[in-house]
Design a protein around this ligand. Structure first.
Ligand code: CU
Length: 99
């Protein structure tokens, strides 16, 4: 009776856009995401800034992932990163965020 619910894979997907402007942004966001316990896979599209993350919902959640992205100095959709984190970014990575 509950077969369909039980067959659901234990992973959820989170999609957001960020402020990636160069290869360094891409790799630092990837590193940030992969450090989070429960993140299974991440895909960062440098040109569009679109990021998708697959995670185990029993270990982490969208809010935690968002917090890590902001702490690493990058936008999570319209939410700007903390100033401290942003200031630590290499100059090249700040370009898009100066607007
Ligand atoms: Cu960069």
């Amino acid at each position: 009776m509950f077969v369909s619910a039980m067959a659901k894979p234990k992973s959820e997907q989170l999609k957001f856009t960020s402020s990636t402007v160069c290869g360094m942004c891409k790799s630092s966001i990837e590193k940030t995401l992969q450090k989070i316990d429960g993140v299974l896979a991440s895909l960062v599209n440098l040109n569009s800034g679109k990021i998708s993350v697959k995670f185990d919902p029993s270990k982490t959640n969208a809010e935690a992932i968002k917090a890590e992205v902001l702490r690493s100095g990058y936008f999570f959709n319209e939410t700007p990163p903390t100033k401290e984190a942003f200031d630590k970014l290499p100059e090249c990575c700040k370009a898009k965020n100066k607007h």
